[in-house]
Design a protein around this ligand. Sequence first.
Ligand SMILES: Nc1ncnc2c1ncn2[C@@H]1O[C@H](COP(=O)(O)OP(=O)(O)OP(=O)(O)O)[C@@H](O)[C@H]1O
Length: 269
Amino acid sequence: MSTPAASLQNASLSFGNRVLWHDLDLQINPGEFFAVLGPNGSGKTSLMRVLLGLQPLSHGTAQIDGRPVARGSRDIGYIPQQKSFAPGTPLRARDLVGLGVDGDRWGIRFRSRGFRRRVDELLEQVGATSYADAPVGLLSGGEQQRLRAAQALATDPKVLLCDEPLLSLDLHHQQAVSSLINRQCRVNGSAVVFVTHEINPVIEYVDRVLYLAGGQFRVGAPEEVMTTEVLSALYNSHVEVIRNKGRIVVLGLPDATTHHHGAGQDGEQ
Ligand SMILES: Nc1ncnc2c1ncn2[C@@H]1O[C@H](COP(=O)(O)OP(=O)(O)OP(=O)(O)O)[C@@H](O)[C@H]1O
């Protein structure tokens, strides 16, 4: 069997006496599109931070490509949950993407023709060519987010961690960025770990889902996990899952666990 791109063995994470998740065993394979769902505070971003080597587990082990997680690994591409750049940030759009291409060569940043071609190619893939030379701090949230996607793809990473990467993108760019991430997964074999509160925009790409809620979790194909029975058990309350034309609508989520982003164009997941 091939080495998993990312794995957790017997993993638990607690803060004080609050257990986010425990006894989590996961193997995410190269070329797999793996979605992580769950309400606010269920530990989705914390799981990303574990894989980035930024958050130690309370128990268990976490590996990337068969080795213990480590900060700053070039094997990982990361699209963080959106935060805006300050208006005065002294970087142009192409500089940000360029950091992804040669980010580990601080000081001797060589600007070869190949470097420039790669940056241009990435900018084009996310539809950012028209603002390549604009200061990032003056761009809209969605425009900045497309640059973060380009930067994360730059190293052709073994594992691509995406934390709500479609937030603040309009429908057209949601489709463009999610299909780009999917291509990276299928063509280049990156394992994609995709945190989202909305499965519908990526439902056609998702191989497996990890659903975290109330300190419990379920892992499986979307049709196994996104059911009335499984979600009602996770939320310990009756939740209705309806499928309509390939989309999934979840009704009756407990108030305290509704997602803070509100329903997107496709309805609350
Ligand atoms: N270093 C820390 N120390 C203490 N508590 C923490 C720490 N990091 C995260 N938490 C808590 O753990 C919980 C899970 O946080 P996390 O950001 O992983 O949730 P999430 O599922 O990504 O939520 P959201 O959907 O709101 O982004 C939160 O209640 C958070 O306050």
